[in-house]
Design a protein around this ligand. Sequence first.
Ligand SMILES: Cc1ncc(COP(=O)(O)O)c(C=O)c1O
Length: 454
Amino acid sequence: MKYYDRLSIELSRPGRKGFGLREAPAGALDCIPAYLRRESAPKLPELSEPDVVRHYTMLSQMNFGVDTGFYPLGSCTMKYNPKINEEAATALEGVHPLQKAHKGAAAVAEGLDKALAEITGMSHFTFQPCAGAHGELTGLMIIKEWHLRRGDTARTKVIVPDSAHGTNPASAAVCGFHVVEVKSTPEGLVDTEVLKSIVGPDVAAIMLTNPNTLGLFEKDIKEIASIVHDCGGLLYYDGANMNPLLGAVRPGDMGFDVMHLNLHKTFSTPHGGGGPGSGPVGVRKGLEEIADSVKVSGFHGNFGVMLRAYAYILSLGRENVPMAGRLATLAANYIKECLKDCYKLPIDTVCKHEFVFDGLLEPNGVSTLDVAKRLLDYGFHAPTIYFPLLFHQAIMIEPTETESLETLDAFIEVMRRIAEEAKEDPELLHTAPHNTPIGRPDETTAARNPILHW
Ligand SMILES: Cc1ncc(COP(=O)(O)O)c(C=O)c1O
């Protein structure tokens, strides 16, 4: 173990500090009520400034991010976060939500609302939700309220395809709906015949992402919209997969009534440990007032994220936004075509921004997990694995538009080398990764019983 690989608490030495603060003058703290005061000092590590800097720099080097390498995590749109976004976000960092109307902040909210409405074909966005799943819940609350305001209390069901992201059924259940699954066809699309047999006066909505989680465009979307609308239900668009559609097709034009966007995916703001994210919800004409009445977070949502997204849209400009979607689609199809002679491609068709392999063509006992772990040795983040659940050895690859041809080629070369290794030396893959700070942690125990304190 290297010296700075230790925890900060292990590096701590009594009395060591990296700051100098004057003692508070006598009586200065009298305004703080006794019940809010500590009885003893907090047990924080005592460290010098270089110790702190080295400790956190060491931790950052154990991590992997879009600033350190290719991150083809399907369904997550890990595109590069341009640094100009960060500059824009710091420009208004002093604004406080309780201060009187701030013209600059109001202009950002209004401008972003207009831009997103134009991109999606919706009428208005609320920026309250702080993540995609939070947006789903908010959107469903809007839908529920719309039915209730019309006195239609019988709509208790939400339809979700079997290919949906897990947050869709979870959000519907949290919102108090009964979830009904609709099966996909062998081509991976919503089966409209099955859908017709499910809809009825008890259906509040269908939740769809398009392109779906297999990266396939739901080409029957107009028919799906008619089937659901004709029974009195609404269409909810999970906009997590909006990236390839930028400037090409708009959810509003496909017939969706309510939707969310993941600003931290499509609009290049940072993902990060579950936040800060932003999942603004857009609604069609007639639902604006309900959308604004639903409060799911404090103040105006994650304003810093909105600034970053607005900077991204303005720096691309109206003429370049569509290029992002097209290049993301081209990159995904390029990787798919270059690897389909080594990896099993269950649905061999033109994809949008991502696609799914079902393990190696000649596995020789090597699993998708082994392939993913071996990729780490070569300096690439692994794609999403074992999702969607439709295939047992799913490897879901989403390169995004921000990668150069050279990076895509380097990834393809490594994926092909791993396919060769599987034939020649499967043990090398079963025991991968070999070059990372840790090998194969017990992921189930880490997720179920994490030790979060020292
Ligand atoms: C298709 C889809 N829907 C919804 C979500 C949920 O978004 P978030 O992680 O911001 O809650 C994701 C996230 O990966 C997704 O891929």
